[in-house]
Every structure is written in C-alpha cells, then in structure tokens.
Write a protein that binds this ligand. Structure first.
Ligand SMILES: [Ca+2]
Ligand SMILES: [Ca+2]
Ligand SMILES: [Ca+2]
Length: 141
C-alpha cells in the first residue's frame, strides 16, 4: 500500500485533528476507529505495528507543519478549527494564545504515555483504540 497520496493525507489530517480533539469534542466528533487506524498506520513509519516515541513525535512534527497554514511556527485557534477552546487553552501552556511545536508535542506525548498501558515504551494500535474508546465512552455520560 502506498503511504503517500493527496487524498489519503487529507483524510489522515482530518483524523489526527479528530484524535486531538477527542478529549473535548462531543461523542459525534470522536475519532472513528477507521480514522484512528489510518492515522496510526500513517505514523508507523517502520510498519512494525507499534509506534515508538520517535515515530510518534516525528508524526506530530509533520502534522504540525501541515496544520500551521501560515507557517509561522505556531498554531492559532483558527488553524485548528476542530479543537475546542478548552483543549486549545490546555495545550497553550504559556498562555500566549498560540500553540508552539513544543506545546503541541507536550500535549500529545501525554496521550502516548497514557495509551501505553503495558509500559513497553511503544503504543500499539490496540492500546490507542482502547484509549480512544474509553475517551468516547466517558463523553457519553
Ligand atoms: Ca513503528
Ligand atoms: Ca503558547
Ligand atoms: Ca505499549
């Protein structure tokens, strides 16, 4: 399966934004399993079925560059339309109204280590899906 292609990238971009927003988004916007799977496979650079921290960070950096439309090195609320204001403020640790690359990595790396429930330093697709399902489930209450 080729890993490039404009349509696939667009789908993955939407999927990762959904994953990012999943904590704060209503259940209808929770990332579907198919989208989570597609994003995971895109990030799994060595195709071993696990995301190492290096692969995860590399993917965040790549995603950040794609979302940073005006390429100023920061994400503004208008560039991440699917992220709730609460989620944005949480990621914006220094409160300057912008999310830097470091802040984005910081916000995402929490997801990585939270998902790695067997503590082997890698996030498997099963671990990621379990985490996303538990987020989606908790939002239905
Ligand atoms: Ca891998
Ligand atoms: Ca900031
Ligand atoms: Ca793991």
């Amino acid at each position: 399966m080729p890993k490039s292609g404009r349509n696939i990238r667009t789908v993955v971009a939407a999927a990762m934004i959904s994953v990012w927003a999943a904590c704060a988004a209503p259940p209808v916007q929770a990332a579907s399993e198919a989208k989570v799977r597609a994003a995971f496979e895109e990030a799994d650079n060595n195709v071993d079925g696990n995301l190492e921290v290096d692969e995860f960070v590399a993917y965040i950096v790549w995603r950040f560059a794609a979302v940073d439309k005006n390429r100023n090195g920061f994400l503004l609320p208008g560039e991440v339309a699917n992220v709730s204001p609460e989620e944005f403020r949480e990621a914006d640790r220094d409160g300057d109204g912008k999310v830097s690359l470091g802040e984005a990595v910081g916000a995402k790396i929490i997801i990585f280590f939270d998902a790695d429930t067997n503590h082997d330093g890698m996030m498997s697709l099963a671990e990621l899906l379990a985490q996303q399902n538990s987020i989606a489930g908790s939002k239905k209450e």
